[in-house]
Design a protein around this ligand. Structure first.
Ligand code: AP5
Ligand code: MG
Length: 218
């Protein structure tokens, strides 16, 4: 199964992508996670990317397209994947179509998660992430604080630097201006599956499972 998980910052892409990756035994390929890991490693790409991410802007298309081409062509993605955070611009969407053509990929779905900006600001203000394994939590719904340990591995919980209120507002502006229109490209191709992201994590998970099972049974 080849999936693109699409939607605004904080809608729950990473949360649902991790669940899908576990349930379906396919890799979760997150461009944001890859950039954060490059930043933590202090590579030259990582340092440049960190400054751009902290400003709520997008890393240049050519850099992102190169990274995604390499990972999708690798053996780990051969039997399927859930791609999270890419494409984010129309040039990235066109490039991804070319990558799929080169790799002989003809079947894929775009899960389009939707919630309003007010809920996004609330979710991102309360997000906690495990430094070690990247698991995603929420202080409001999971009863955790910055001093708690990761319930899964005991690791340290942190807030993402780009979850500061000013950066979240900028990320939302960039999303509406540059990323949201990309869904039109996929609607025209008839591959979009709309999912209401306002429900609880478990309700969204079950809705996605039903929708994907229906598609597979067709
Ligand atoms: P990226 O890491 O992709 O960030 P994003 O798209 O802004 O999305 P987030 O990771 O913030 O949110 P999410 O939708 O994954 O939500 P989550 O599941 O964590 O990218 C970061 C930056 O990298 C970009 O700004 C850009 O600079 C750069 N970048 C990355 N890809 C790029 C590209 N292709 N081109 C250019 N630049 C790129 O959930 C959020 C919170 O809500 C959590 O606390 C969670 O517990 C909670 N939650 C989740 N679901 C629910 C629910 N159903 N109900 C209640 N709470 C929920
Ligand atoms: Mg994410």
């Amino acid at each position: 199964m080849r999936l693109i998980i699409f939607g605004p910052p904080g809608v729950g892409k990473g949360t649902q992508a991790k669940l899908l990756s576990e349930e379906r035994s396919i890799p979760h390929i997150s461009t944001g996670d890859m950039l954060r890991s490059a930043a933590a490693g202090g590579t030259s790409l990582g340092k440049k990317a960190k400054a751009i991410m902290d400003a709520g802007q997008l890393v240049p298309d050519d850099v992102m397209i190169g990274i995604v081409r390499e990972v999708l062509a690798s053996p780990r993605a051969a039997a399927g994947f859930v791609l999270d955070g890419f494409p984010r611009t129309s040039d990235q969407a066109r490039a991804l179509a070319g990558i799929f053509r080169d790799l002989g990929i003809t079947s894929y779905w775009v899960l389009n998660l939707e919630v309003d900006d007010e809920e996004i600001i609330r979710r991102l203000g309360a997000r906690l992430v495990c430094r070690k394994e990247g698991r995603i939590f929420n202080s409001e719904t999971d009863g955790l604080t910055l001093t708690s340990q990761c319930p899964e591995c005991g690791g340290e919980l942190i807030q993402r630097d780009d979850d500061k209120p000013d950066t979240v507002r900028k990320r939302l502006q960039v999303y509406h201006a540059q990323t949201e229109p990309v869904i039109g490209f996929y609607r025209a191709a008839g591959v979009v599956v709309d999912v209401d992201g306002t429900n609880s994590i478990d309700v969204v998970r079950r809705e996605i499972r039903v929708l994907l099972n229906d598609l597979q049974a067709r």
